[in-house]
Write a protein that binds this ligand. Structure first.
Ligand SMILES: *Cc1c(COP(=O)(O)O)cnc(C)c1O
Length: 377
């Protein structure tokens, strides 16, 4: 059986978790959390990074920091995970969906301006598969209309756009360390903050609305409740697991990249023959091999492909059901313009197994895929 995903595991995780247990500091913001925050700040060249309990929670923090109010609107793709919309819908905002570009599955930046109204507060680009959205255009629009840019970079750690780290380009960036992502802590994420003036407020929101972070830095004598907030800081045990991965980020990325390139090379001929579409990486972008997908002709073709792999004990999956066609999407959102690609392309797409340590099993997947693609059609 070849599974679709296996959580990354380097080997040092137990040691670090034991370290945190022995240090008698297992709640949030201990030594490992600080190491992870610093690692992200250095890697992404961002002013501040704060580990969070999930990417969903990092997005919620970004919505709070962007001062999203009931009745506001945010612009995002419909082709994304629910959290991208949820974080803003929880604040009472309306999700305004725009179509994607078929070659990257990213939100089409050329459609954003037409979706802007007086109520628009933020643009939320999702860097699908760790491949950057067209950020220069998005930043330019945001500047002209005075909108916040919140990057859903859940899949984007280690990727760049014109040399800049994804997540560190907009006002806020959100990473995920869920077990399906390149680096993991089980459940977890990080919020990246570009503007100095948002840092203190972020620390307060993350610490139940208190100025406890300042207290721990010795900047004040006692801490108190200063604003509305929640608890968005993860346990040290989780941070310890993550740090082992971050220390080996290049190793993990290289391994994933080898698999990605192997898939690409071995399936290229079927794209050239017009049988499938493969991911397109724009020149402006360096990606992190988060995902390998291909697109078949249509839904029926995809269903047959997934069944063929399953019959050979290989697990391949698809996503996402476009948010605007889901019950909550209809209640809380609206598609702006025409859905030319979102539904059609989402029905064609399938993800192949890709994880750290996939190894030679990749050749079984490729053989099985080639058998199908070279077969009866
Ligand atoms: C995984 C993912 C999320 C959610 O991440 P969690 O850490 O599980 O909350 C959000 N957006 C996108 C695009 C994702 O892929």
């Amino acid at each position: 059986m070849i599974t679709f995903n296996r959580p990354p595991y380097i080997g040092k995780e137990e040691l670090y978790i034991l370290d945190s247990i022995k240090s008698r500091h297992i709640c949030g913001d201990g030594a490992f959390t600080k190491k992870c925050n610093c690692w992200i700040e250095e890697k992404a060249h961002t002013k501040k990074a704060l580990l969070t309990t999930s990417c969903t929670h990092a997005l919620e923090m970004a919505a709070l920091l962007s001062d999203i109010q009931p009745g506001d609107e945010v612009i995002l793709p419909s082709y994304t995970f629910v959290s991208t919309a949820d974080a803003f819908v929880l604040r009472g905002a309306k999700a305004v969906f725009v179509d994607i570009r078929p070659e990257t599955m990213n939100m089409d930046e050329r459609l954003i301006e037409a979706a802007i109204t007086k109520k628009t507060k933020a643009i939320v680009p999702v860097h699908y598969a760790g491949v950057a959205c067209e950020m220069d255009t998005i930043l330019d629009i945001a500047k002209r209309y005075n909108l916040k840019v919140v990057e859903d970079a859940a899949q984007g750690i280690m990727s760049t756009y014109k040399g800049k780290a994804l997540g560190a380009i907009g006002d806020f960036g959100c990473y995920s360390f869920h077990e399906t992502k390149n680096f993991s802590m089980g459940e977890g994420g990080a919020l990246l903050i570009q503007d100095q003036k948002n840092i203190e407020k972020a620390e307060i929101i993350r610490e139940k609305g208190t100025d406890r972070s300042k207290f721990f830095r010795g900047e004040i004598d006692k801490y108190t409740w200063v604003d509305a907030g929640s608890s968005y800081l993860p346990s040290e045990l989780n941070a310890a697991y993550l740090y082992a991965q971050l220390e080996n980020a290049d190793l993990i990325t290289q391994d994933r990249m080898n698999s990605w390139n192997t898939y690409y090379k071995e399936l290229k001929e079927f794209e050239e023959a017009g049988r499938i579409c493969l991911p397109h990486i724009p020149d402006t972008c360096e990606h992190n091999a988060h995902m390998f997908y291909l697109k078949l002709r249509d839904l029926d073709d995809r269903t047959a492909f997934i069944r063929h792999l399953a019959q050979n004990d290989i697990k391949a999956v698809f996503h996402y059901i476009p948010l605007h066609s889901a019950p909550a999407g209809k209640r809380y959102g609206e598609f702006n313009g025409k859905d030319v690609y979102t539904t059609r392309e989402s029905e064609r797409l399938v993800r192949l197994p890709l994880y750290y340590g996939l190894g030679d099993d990749i050749y079984k997947v490729i053989e099985c895929a080639r058998e199908f693609l070279g077969g009866y059609r």
